[in-house]
Ligand binder design. Structure first.
Ligand SMILES: C=C(O[C@H]1C=C[C@H](C(=O)CCC(=O)O)[C@@H](C(=O)O)[C@@H]1O)C(=O)O
Length: 276
């Protein structure tokens, strides 16, 4: 379905009934990344998948200022309102996790449980943010200059995704196909408007969020493993699950284990952080 939120036409897919579960994909992704989980999860939840601004079949305004994290978080509140959803479990992956955390801190009354897969609260210092903005501006220019296909070839070779090289080719092909569906204008504006160096740092606000939080990282994703360790110490009610034999994109690399973790967490079952 299409919902017009503050002038942006969002593509939203809704499956199932029950407690709302809002799913937020990562940079270069779309609602399609969650497709493998919808049949199982929609038996228990009203699964709401959003194409984040600039991605998928949602509008991709050229002006990066429309992608500001606080504006997009406000979009999510209005979107849930239009769907008649008062509160939701919110699961975000990577960029979607940064958005999920922004939404949770801005609208805590709208969140039942927060689950962050391989994500961060932003960068602590203005120097880190400035350096990241410069890197992301160069990336945005590269996307506009070379196009999405060339960018995807570069992007999927990042060390952050090295563990995906051991995945079966059809799995990698599916992830690649979703990235290739993106528009250069949307990706470039997303980096400039809601990149890690642009968003506010939420590090000093994590202690304010007293709803249950689950942080999920891959044991081989050392950078986000460290970030999750620090976030766990800061949130009042956080658990951290480190998934073996996985890197940054756990829902692609260990889908069955990922789905079990999510269902256990959302059903209120204890998850063994050490896992089998
Ligand atoms: C390259 C780094 O940061 C980027 C990596 C992960 C985030 C993401 O959403 C990637 C999703 C995917 O391609 O599967 C992205 C973001 O948060 O916007 C980061 O820019 C890094 O080394 O941290």
């Amino acid at each position: 379905m299409k919902l017009t939120i503050h002038g942006v036409r969002y593509h939203v897919e809704v499956d199932g009934d029950g407690p709302a579960l809002l799913l937020l994909h990562g940079f270069t992704g779309s609602a399609a990344v969650w497709e493998p989980f919808v049949n199982a999860w929609s038996r228990w939840f009203r699964v709401i998948r959003v194409d984040i601004i600039g991605h998928g079949r949602t509008d991709a305004p050229k002006d990066p200022s429309r992608y500001q994290m606080k504006l997009v978080a406000a979009d999510l509140e209005a979107l849930l309102e239009q769907l008649g959803v008062e509160r939701a479990h919110v699961l975000g992956y990577s960029m979607g996790g940064r958005l999920a955390l922004s939404f949770a801190l801005m609208c805590p009354h709208r969140v039942d449980q927060l689950v962050l897969e391989s994500s961060s609260p932003g960068l602590k210092t203005e120097r880190e943010r400035r350096e990241r903005r410069e890197r992301d501006e160069a990336l945005a220019n590269r996307i506009e200059r070379e196009g999405v296909a060339a960018f995807v070839r570069f992007w999927e070779e990042l060390p952050l995704f090295a563990t995906q090289k051991r995945l079966p080719e059809p799995v990698r092909e599916r992830a690649r196909a979703i990235r290739l569906q993106q528009r250069s204008q949307g990706l470039a504006a997303s980096l400039r408007g809601m990149g890690t160096g642009v968003q506010p740092s939420w590090w000093d606000h994590l202690h304010q969020f007293d709803r249950p939080v689950t942080l999920i990282t891959g044991e081989e994703d050392h950078k986000y493993h460290r970030i999750a360790e620090e976030m766990t110490e800061t949130f009042p009610r956080a658990q951290w699950v480190a998934v073996p034999a996985a890197g940054h994109t756990i829902h692609v690399e260990q889908p069955d284990l990922f789905s079990s973790i999510i269902m256990d967490v959302l059903s209120g079952s204890d998850v063994d952080p050490g896992l089998p």
